[in-house]
Design a protein around this ligand. Structure first.
Ligand code: ADP
Length: 193
């Protein structure tokens, strides 16, 4: 299996690249943000619980997120591997992911971080807000809050996997094709888990 964590701040291009990686490598894409938006769109109890955190630019509590992720992974028992996008966002989530994959006899192959500076991502998200219909993309103070939460809660996940020799960083500025090529270079150098 190849299990990838696509990592980087909000608006760094994870979703765009994940869609291409799915096609190239035949992996199952799991985006916790997309899963939450789906639940919110269907007004499920999980969606109602997540909505207020997301609209405030905060993280949904770990136990809620981890439970949802586990269900999704278990629904794809025959997957050749996964691309995790927007997960793990805390060290506790990373530990839960490692445990879940270990139960399945596999592990995280690599975390690949898209490196993009803060002003660029604020501009990208505001632009996306014109068409995404996402309330959390339309308010600059909420966007800055998400970035601050990322720095505080999520960035330590990079060090967690770096300590295991599994973290890679690539330049997230360039065309979609250029960034895709950089990602493929890293992935093609990995050994299957
Ligand atoms: P972006 O990468 O643009 O921030 P996402 O679609 O990944 O957007 O996530 C949108 C929101 O959903 C986050 O700001 C957060 O509130 C919530 N969310 C997504 N993934 C997680 C997670 N792993 N843990 C907690 N909250 C999450």
């Amino acid at each position: 299996m190849i299990n990838l964590i696509l990592f980087g701040p909000p608006g760094s291009g994870k979703g765009t690249q994940a869609a291409r990686l799915v096609k190239r490598y035949g992996l199952v894409h799991i985006s916790t943000g997309d899963l939450f938006r789906h639940e919110i769109g269907h007004s499920t109890p999980l969606g109602q619980q997540a909505k207020r955190y997301i609209e405030a630019g905060e993280l949904v509590p770990d136990e809620v997120t981890i439970g949802m992720l586990r269900n999704k992974v278990e629904a794809h028992a025959d997957a050749q591997g996964f691309i995790f996008d927007g997960f793990p966002r805390t060290v506790a989530q990373a530990q839960a992911l490692d445990q879940l994959l270990a139960e399945k006899g596999t592990q995280v192959s690599a975390l690949i971080a898209l490196d993009v500076d803060e002003e660029e991502i604020v501009q990208r998200i505001l632009k996306r807000g014109h068409t995404s219909g996402r309330p959390d993309d339309n308010d600059e103070s909420i966007i800055r809050k998400r970035i601050a939460v990322y720095r505080r809660e999520t960035e330590p996940v990079y060090a967690y996997y770096a300590a295991k020799g599994k973290a890679y960083k690539i330049d997230g500025i360039g065309t979609i094709e250029e960034i895709f090529a950089r990602l493929c270079n890293v992935i093609d150098s990995l050994q299957p888990a």
